[in-house]
Design a protein around this ligand. Structure first.
Ligand SMILES: [Zn+2]
Length: 467
C-alpha cells in the first residue's frame, strides 16, 4: 500500500472530529474567498445573493451562500465558471448534465493527489484491501479488477488511480470483449472487483457460460455510481459467492462515501468529511435540516476543488445525516450519512447512465410525441439464474386506426426517440448501442385519455418501479 494512503488512514484514526471540523472551517473561508476573487460568474452569483467574503467567517456561515447547480457548470461558454487559468487544468471529466448538455468538470494537477487519496480511503473502507497480513500473520488479499468504461468519464479515472494506491490494479474496460475478461480473470485471479451495479448483472450473464466466476475466490465486490437495493445485494452475493459493499461518488466530489465492514447492510455509510462539507436541505423550503435521520436534499461543498466552485452544490440525491459523535468499529473518525434514498427530481439512472428529465422531454419532442407520455422503468429478474435486466417503456397517448398502424408508429417513435436520446446522452448511447447491456427504450401507444384520466393531479412523467 502506498505511503500517501497509509498516512491518510493514520490521520483519520488519530484526528478527532472536532479537529477535522476546525480545519474544514478554515479551508472553507479561504475557498469562498478564492472563488469570489477568481470567478466572475460566481462573484455575480454571490453579489446577487447579497453576500461577500467578509460575511463568511466560518463554515457555520455556509447557508448565506447561493446554491450551485449542474446547470451552472453546463452553461456556455464552458470556461466561464472556471476559477483557475486553463494552463493549470490537467484534464476534463465528462458526465451528462441536467439540460442535456454534458458537464465538463476540470481537474487541476494540484487536486489530483487529494482525489486519489480520498477515493482510495473510500475503496479501502469498502473492503478493497490489496495485500495484507491476516491475524495469524499469513499473506492474504491480492489484485484489484477495476471494471468501468474507459473514456472521458470519471469512474475509471478515479477508480484506477485510487486503487493503484492500494494494490496492483487491472484496467478492465467494460467495452473489452468478454473473451478478454475470461483470459484476464483466469490469469490474474483478482480478489476485488469494482464496477456499476447494473453492469454486474450483465457481466454475470455474459461470463458465466464461459467460466465459473464464483470459483475465483473474490474477497469483495464494491459497487459504485448507482444506488442498489438490499435485494440486489443479496442476489449478487449469491451469484458471485462473495460480499458486496456500496460506494458513493461522482465527478464533482470523487469517491465520497462508503460502507465499512461494520456498516454493511446497516443503511449507513462513512462520509469523507475532511474534504467535503455536507448539508441536508428540506425538499420544499430548501432550509437546512439539522436533525439527524431526517431525509432531505444532499448539498455538498468540495473543499479540495479550486478549478470550479463546488460550493453548496446541489446533488439532487435524497439522504439523511447520521447521529453525531457515534464511533464505529473500523476506528475512522468519519461521520455517517444514509445510503441514497432516491432523487428529489425525476433524474434516473439506466444501466449506469444518468438520464435527466430534460433529455427525455427533448427526445420526446424530437421523436414527435410531445407532451402526453409516461416513462416507466422496470427491473425483470430471471428466476433461474437471478440475473436481472432493466427496461424503459414509454406509454404515449395516440389515436390509431388499426393494429398495423399502431405497430408501425411504435417502431418509428422508438427509433426516433432512441436516436435523439443517444445524441444528447453519450452515456446512454454507450450503454444501449455500444455495450448493449440495457435494451433501448420501447414506445407503446395507448388510447388518448388513458394516462391523463388515471391521474387526478398533474401527470407524473417518470415512474421508477425498480426498487
Ligand atoms: Zn466504520
Amino acid at each position: 500500500m502506498d505511503k500517501l494512503l497509509l498516512d491518510e488512514l493514520d490521520r483519520l484514526k488519530n484526528t478527532d472530529s472536532k479537529t477535522i471540523a476546525e480545519s474544514q472551517s478554515q479551508t472553507f473561508v479561504g475557498l469562498v474567498d478564492f472563488h469570489y476573487n477568481n470567478n466572475a460568474r460566481y462573484r455575480r452569483m454571490m453579489d446577487l445573493h447579497g453576500v461577500s467574503p467578509k460575511h463568511i467567517k466560518s463554515s457555520s456561515d455556509i447557508t448565506r451562500l447561493p446554491i450551485v447547480t449542474s446547470k451552472d457548470i453546463t452553461d456556455d461558454p464552458i470556461d466561464e465558471f472556471h476559477s483557475v487559468p486553463e494552463h493549470e487544468i490537467a484534464r476534463f471529466l465528462q458526465t451528462s448534465g441536467s439540460t442535456g448538455k454534458c458537464k465538463r468538470i476540470p481537474v487541476t494537477n494540484q487536486e489530483k493527489e487529494g482525489i486519489f487519496v480520498q477515493t482510495a480511503v473510500m475503496n479501502f473502507l469498502a473492503g478493497v484491501k490489496g495485500y495484507y497480513k491476516t491475524n495469524g500473520g499469513d499473506d492474504a488479499g491480492g489484485k484489484i479488477y477495476s471494471l468501468f468504461p474507459c473514456g472521458p468519464w470519471p469512474s475509471q479515472f478515479f477508480s484506477l488511480n485510487a486503487c493503484s494506491l492500494i494494490g496492483p490494479t487491472v484496467t478492465a474496460g467494460i467495452h473489452l470483449p468478454f473473451d478478454w475478461h475470461v483470459e484476464e480473470l483466469l490469469t490474474m485471479k483478482p480478489k476485488y472487483l469494482i464496477t456499476y451495479p447494473s453492469f454486474l448483472s450483465f457481466f454475470w450473464k455474459k461470463m458465466s457460460p464461459k467460466m465459473d466466476i464464483s470459483s475465483l475466490g473474490l474477497e469483495r465486490i464494491v459497487l459504485a455510481g448507482e444506488p442498489f437495493s438490499e435485494t440486489d445485494r443479496k442476489r449478487y452475493e449469491r451469484l458471485f459467492k462473495t460480499s458486496v459493499s456500496d460506494l458513493y461518488g461522482c465527478a464533482e466530489i470523487y469517491g465520497a462515501a462508503s460502507e465499512c465492514d461494520h456498516l454493511r447492510e446497516s443503511g449507513w455509510m462513512h462520509w469523507y468529511s475532511p474534504n467535503l462539507i455536507m448539508e441536508v436541505l428540506d425538499k420544499e423550503t430548501l432550509e437546512p435540516i439539522d436533525e439527524p435521520q431526517k431525509e432531505g436534499i444532499m448539498v455538498v461543498t468540495n473543499l479540495l476543488k479550486r478549478a470550479i466552485p463546488i460550493v453548496r452544490y446541489r446533488m439532487g440525491d435524497l439522504i439523511s445525516k447520521g447521529e453525531p459523535n457515534g464511533s464505529c468499529g473500523c476506528g475512522l473518525n468519519l461521520p455517517l450519512i444514509s445510503r441514497i434514498k432516491g432523487r428529489y427530481d425525476d433524474t434516473f439512472q439506466y444501466g449506469g447512465a444518468n438520464i435527466y428529465p430534460d433529455q427525455i422531454h427533448s427526445a420526446a419532442e424530437l421523436a414527435g410525441f410531445e407532451d402526453k407520455y409516461q416513462l416507466t422503468l422496470t427491473r425483470k429478474s430471471d428466476e433461474n439464474d437471478g440475473v436481472f435486466s432493466d427496461a424503459m417503456v414509454i406509454y404515449v397517448e395516440k389515436e390509431v386506426a388499426n393494429e398495423r398502424e399502431k405497430r408501425e408508429m411504435e417502431s418509428a417513435f422508438s427509433r426516433k426517440f432512441n436516436e435523439a436520446l443517444s445524441n444528447s446522452s453519450l452515456e446512454y448511447s454507450q450503454i444501449v448501442n455500444i455495450i448493449e447491456f440495457c435494451p433501448p427504450a420501447q414506445i407503446e401507444l395507448v388510447e388518448p385519455g388513458r394516462l391523463f384520466n388515471e391521474s387526478k393531479t398533474k401527470l407524473k412523467k417518470i415512474i421508477d418501479l425498480r426498487r
